[in-house]
Design a protein around this ligand. Structure first.
Ligand code: DP6
Length: 361
């Protein structure tokens, strides 16, 4: 009987505080601006992926939450498989050149990949970032590749842009880079989560529906049609990128909160400035913005920051010491509005950071 070789990894979800929106190269997923994100706790939201290789496997396979996926024709998956095999082949050649004849020719074997999310798919939370990060890391582990997390982030980026940031924990920057081949468009950790352990993120599930404009399509429409987008990329984001890094390093919550909210607002403004317009936020999302504004007004300073990705779900950042002050009003006001927990099995709030808590209404 022939051997099967496997490796398992988990990769976390990340939520951008400075958004990636726009590609200068749609094949390599090269962005039009640098971005910053916070990586959520793996205990709360993550993808677990096992990669296996064996001489008897006849075809590459990928199962996502139990469903067999089409690999052929998916340029992103094919690119990841191809690049990872290329690195493994180089490693095997190097070992053989050093006289090591025992090296297993994994680069020639077909792969079976099994990937599962630990969060309910119905919650409508973006999973491609964790998914591609786990996919690349699992195969890299199986192949025993010596490449760094930054090197692997370049591969994960080709699967899904935001996936490159899920290779790191804590606060993460994706530097847009300037090389045409994307070799300097990679992620790095700005600060580990231990740097600012008091930060929490609460996820408010405003809708479990699948978004109708994918990020990839939405970005293309915005780049082509929005004049506001040009202003954002040329004059706003470069400065904001530096300011946000500074706020994180200084643990300056108020600056971090304001920059995060302004960036979410501008991202959704360029979506609206696209033609046809793209709407990701819904009435519940808008209500969440109002409640956060009211919480901050009552506090007399910024203690909560909202951000929305390409969908209506809201992520709220706050400091642990303000948890009751922030989550209390959100639960009571928005809970009444949506009737949460009557139809949802899970609580709308998934506080993340260092421990998982499901708040009951
Ligand atoms: C709004 O990374 O999903 O979440 O590169 O086309 O796969 P592709 O797009 P994707 O876009 C994420 C967009 C965003 C902002 C962000 O995460 O920075």
């Amino acid at each position: 009987m022939s051997s099967i070789y496997s490796a398992t990894v988990t990769a976390p979800v990340n939520i951008a505080t400075l958004k990636y929106w726009g590609k200068r190269d749609t094949v390599l997923n090269l962005p039009t601006n640098s971005s910053i994100s916070v990586t959520l706790s793996q205990d709360d939201l993550c993808t677990t992926t096992t990669a296996s290789a064996g001489p008897d496997f006849t075809k590459d396979h990928l199962w996502l939450n139990g469903v067999d996926q089409e690999i052929e024709g998916s340029k992103r998956l094919e690119a990841c498989f191809r690049e990872l095999r290329k690195l493994r082949r180089a490693l095997e050649d190097e070992k053989r050149a050093q006289g090591d004849e025992t090296v297993v020719p994994l680069s020639a074997f077909k792969l079976h990949i099994v990937s599962e999310n630990n969060f309910p798919t119905a919650a409508g939370l973006a999973s491609s970032a964790a998914g591609f990060a786990a996919f690349v890391s699992a195969i890299a582990k199986l192949f025993e590749l010596p490449q760094s997390a930054t090197d692997l982030s370049i591969l994960a980026r080709q699967g899904s842009g935001s996936a490159c940031r899920s290779l790191f924990g804590g606060f993460v920057a994706w530097n847009m880079g300037s090389e045409a081949d994307g070799s300097d468009s990679s992620a790095e950790c700005i600060a580990p989560r231990e740097h600012w352990p008091e930060i929490r993120a609460a996820i408010l599930v405003a809708s479990a529906d699948k978004k109708d404009t994918s990020s990839t399509n939405g970005m293309q429409i915005t780049v082509k049609e929005s004049s506001l987008f040009k202003e954002r990329v040329d004059n706003v984001v470069p400065k904001r990128f530096e300011e946000m890094k500074k706020a994180i390093l200084a643990k300056d919550f108020e600056s971090f909160a304001e920059l995060t909210m302004r960036d979410s607002n501008q991202f959704h403004a360029v979506c609206l400035d696209s033609y046809p317009p793209i709407f990701y936020m819904n009435d519940t999302s808008h209500a969440a913005v109002r409640v956060v504004e009211e919480i901050n007004k009552q506090a007399g300073h910024l203690i909560a920051a909202y951000t929305f990705d390409a969908g209506p779900n809201c992520v709220i950042y706050y400091l642990e010491e303000n948890e009751q002050q922030v989550l209390g009003p959100l639960k009571s006001v928005l809970g009444k509005l949506t009737g949460w927990n009557k139809k949802e099995k899970i609580s709308p709030f998934v506080p993340t950071g260092f421990e998982t808590r499901f708040l009951e209404k």
